[in-house]
Design a protein around this ligand. Structure first.
Ligand code: HEC
Length: 131
């Protein structure tokens, strides 16, 4: 590789790295799919099964941004800017055998490290909806 090409390749990779660090987490693209995959099964709209009305667990729906931000019967589950104090993030980081761990042990796979980081970053960046 001649030195100009090398310089251009190096410049491009530095640019990509910076761009990656600056890119914000996008709710619709990055976060809702995680919820749909791991949470909505239990945290969804009320439905009837075998003649009984099934309500979302803890009164929390996670099928849309607005429901997530509305929270559960116990209050907010996402505090913008404060992932450590947001149960939606915190409960996914508990030990798998912790009784409050989400999703509950044996009911669904735990979030991957990459998914937890997305969730953390999304809340840290202000828990905004997609534009
Ligand atoms: C298999 C069903 C199930 C799945 C899947 C599940 N949950 Fe839950 N979730 C529950 C139940 C049941 C409760 C109520 C626990 C209790 O009251 O002790 C709960 C409670 C919660 C609460 C506490 C609400 C509050 O304020 O009390 C949060 C936050 C939560 N879940 C987030 C999540 C997230 C995030 C996911 C996906 C990563 C998830 N859950 C997946 C069943 C589930």
């Amino acid at each position: 590789m001649n030195k100009y090409l090398f310089g251009a390749a190096l410049g491009a990779s530095v640019f990509m790295l910076c761009f990656d660090a600056l890119a914000e987490v996008d709710y619709a693209k990055d976060i809702q799919p995680i919820f749909d995959n791991s949470c909505v099964k239990c945290h969804k709209a009320p439905y009837e099964k075998a003649g009984r009305l099934r309500k979302p667990k803890a009164g929390l729906r996670m099928d849309t941004y607005d429901f997530v931000m509305k929270g559960s019967e116990d209050g907010v589950v996402v505090k913008p800017g404060n992932p450590e104090d947001s149960s939606t993030y915190k409960l996914t980081t508990l030990a798998r055998d912790h009784e409050d761990a989400m999703p509950p042990e044996d009911k669904a796979d735990p979030l991957t490290a990459a998914q937890k980081k997305l969730l953390y970053d999304w809340i840290k960046e202000g828990a905004k909806n997609s534009k």
